[in-house]
Ligand binder design. Structure first.
Ligand code: ADP
Ligand code: MG
Length: 631
């Protein structure tokens, strides 16, 4: 059913896409290595100390960005993970003698382990993962600003616990005796490993799903992706990494207190992430360097200074103010951060994608597709007293195009939302092969063979055209190896090869409309629901789309429910037409019967008019498909 990777010419293989991205990440890594080398060579011990701090900050900010960048939720809670890492690793590695003095009341299971840092770090990572899983099960339920506030709550609660648990943390007093083992080699090595993990995650199935759900949770769930699950997975991995970053930070400081992981640290890390740009891993690296430089420069003025004859008074808190201003400036002037989308996507025109062939093998073999029927049965939905859909029943079979027409506000889009369980029906049900779609989870509808497009474009804006379709293909449950060629085939079929390397946002309108259809088709659905696919297209684009839809339906045995205002367009393509008005089905039948149906004409242009006035007569010969129309 699915063509395999070997069927594709080598130059169209998406490995090249990833390779182009990695070159940009390598540039960021080299930049970090160069800065570290310069600092160490130019400033000796002081330079080395700053370089270690820089690298540890990179680990912390990359860990933070792994969650925030992929889910779009800013977290203030990562200080909690860092505190856990620092205290736990400190306790596990502390010399036993020192521990007896510093922490005389430490519970037995924590006491006198005296592990090497290499043994302690995996334990710390597992503890971080467990902590993340517990907190994530609550936080992942939220999105946007409420999720951010929940992370702030986590930070405050953890800080309170750290201050209160005196036997373990020495309360608000300094926790000392932690071996200072984070040297330049360890810090730089950890930064590089973190960068690679974050990059791999971002391109992975889970990373792509998380970014898709970040850009449009409804469109993602219509493809079968659970936005909550993507947030949970990102939170867990990010939390585990932040815990390790915290341990490295603790082993760099040697002595710390709960305040070391509280608001000022978290604020600095968030500033670094936002200034650099949270969508890319390179952004974390750039942000850390710029903000560290800013902090170190401004800090010199906090205690008062003289510059070019001006005497600056003492001004504590100046560094925090500078950080705040930096965030504001970046959000104002460059919302994507300094690095922006430099590292994302393969750049303007990925030449190899142009070679994508057209007319590749269809996904479904029409001979083999069993007759499937999507059925609406007495579906009803009201909004604040308005009956948007009122007792609607009709069928959408495979292998044919069923048109759904009706004036604005007739309830067509609401009906699609009911069929795909985007809305809960007040009454009635939607069925496919006996399964009640109105009862399964929203994310499970795609798995039942029903895919959809949206009336207003719902693409994953920050992803490339190729990635948009790949997400659909992966969400259909394919392995990466099988998903990529399917995505490439769909892009080719809808003539999107040349623009597949650009972000969805940057595409012309017609291409975006086609991209949404390619994304749906990549799931090999039995039934495709298209909500005004030709809206906003010019006549040439509309004709082209019409041809493609007919070809696809015939070649794959696909059933299409085609919704549009353009009556000629629907008339030309459909084997069967359902007409809605004010939430009700007012007529259904063959196109030629619908054209002359008085109640349909009345619904469109009023009483006493003719079919020609209603513009029902198509400008091209009505297409007659090979399948029968015996509904
Ligand atoms: P169509 O797609 O045929 O233009 P819709 O399904 O979008 O019609 O809308 C049908 C009716 O339901 C309209 O009166 C519209 O205002 C109302 N409606 C649709 N969605 C909502 C919503 N989310 N909240 C409130 N009213 C809605
Ligand atoms: Mg609509």
């Amino acid at each position: 059913m699915i063509s395999t990777a070997s069927a594709l010419p080598l130059e169209t293989h998406p490995a090249r896409l990833a390779a182009a991205n990695w070159v940009r990440t390598a540039i960021c890594i080299l930049l970090l290595a160069a800065v570290v080398a310069c600092l160490t060579l130019a400033f000796g011990r002081t330079g080395e100390r700053i370089a270690v701090q820089l690298c540890v900050n990179v680990t912390a900010v990359v860990a933070l960005g792994l969650f925030c960048g992929n889910t779009g939720i800013v977290s203030f809670g990562h200080g909690a993970f860092m505190a856990l890492g620092a205290y736990l690793s400190g306790i596990l590695t502390m010399p036993a003698g020192l521990q007896r003095t510093a922490l005389p009341n430490l519970p037995d299971f924590l006491a006198a382990h005296e592990l090497s840092v290499w043994l302690a770090l995996p334990i710390v990572a597992i503890a971080g993962l467990c902590f993340a899983a517990v907190t994530g099960s609550a936080i992942a339920r939220l999105a946007g600003a409420s999720a951010t506030i929940a992370t702030l709550g986590l930070l405050i609660i953890t800080h309170g616990i750290a201050v209160g648990a005196r036997e373990i943390t020495r309360g608000s007093q300094t926790f000392f005796g932690v071996p200072r083992v984070t040297d330049l080699t360890i810090a730089l090595g950890a930064a590089l490993v973190f960068i690679v993990i974050a990059r791999l995650y971002r391109e992975s199935r889970h990373g792509l799903f998380a970014r898709a759900a970040r850009d449009d949770p409804d469109a993602a769930s219509a493809l079968g992706i659970s936005p909550r699950r993507t947030r949970f997975v990102s939170w867990c991995l990010s939390g585990a990494l932040a815990t390790v970053a915290g341990a490295l930070y603790g082993h760099m400081l040697g002595a710390f207190s709960p305040a070391s992981f509280y608001l000022s640290l978290v604020f600095a890390h968030v500033a670094m992430m936002i200034v650099g740009g949270m969508a890319s891993v390179g952004g974390a690296v750039a942000g850390v360097m710029v903000v560290t430089l800013l902090q170190d420069t401004v800090r010199q003025f906090e205690g008062g200074a003289e510059l070019l004859g001006f005497v600056f008074p003492e001004f504590f808190g100046l560094t925090t103010i500078a950080l705040g201003l930096a965030i504001l400036l970046v959000i104002w002037l460059r919302p994507q951060g300094l690095v922006g989308s430099f590292e994302l996507g393969p750049g303007a025109d990925a030449p190899f994608l142009r070679r994508i062939g057209r007319g590749t093998k269809p996904a479904n073999d029409p001979e083999k597709v069993a007759e499937t029927m999507l059925q609406a049965r007495s579906l009803s939905k009201s909004f604040a007293g308005v009956r948007a859909v009122d007792d609607v029943s009709f069928d959408v079979p495979t292998g044919r195009i069923t048109g759904l027409i009706g004036p604005n506000g007739a309830g067509k889009s609401t009906l699609v939302n009911l069929l795909t369980h985007q809305y809960d029906a007040d009454a009635g049900k939607a069925l496919i092969n006996g399964t009640e779609l109105t009862k399964v989870r929203r994310e499970a509808v795609a798995g039942k063979g029903v895919s959809r497009s949206f009336q207003n474009l719902r693409l994953f804006r920050g992803l490339t055209g190729y990635e948009n379709v790949l997400v659909g293909s992966l969400a259909a449950g394919r392995s990466r190896q099988l998903a990529a060629p399917v995505a490439i085939r769909e892009l080719g079929d809808l003539d999107l090869g040349e623009v597949a390397g650009k972000t969805a946002d940057a595409l012309p309108y017609g291409a975006r409309k086609r991209l949404e259809i390619a994304r749906s088709l990549s799931q090999d659905p039995s039934i495709l629901l298209l909500d005004e696919p030709a809206a906003g297209m010019n006549p040439a684009e509309t004709d082209d789309l019409a041809d493609r839809l007919v070809r696809t339906s015939e070649a794959r045995g696909l059933g299409i429910l085609l919704i549009d205002h353009d009556l000629k367009f629907v008339n030309r393509l459909s084997n069967w037409i359902v007409v809605m008005n004010r939430g009700e089905v007012i007529a259904q039948g063959l196109p030629e019967d619908i054209r002359t149906n008085p109640s349909v004409i009345e619904a469109y242009i009023g009483r006493g008019r003719t079919a020609a006035e209603a513009q029902f007569v198509p400008n091209k010969t009505t297409r007659v498909l090979t399948v029968g129309v015996d509904q």
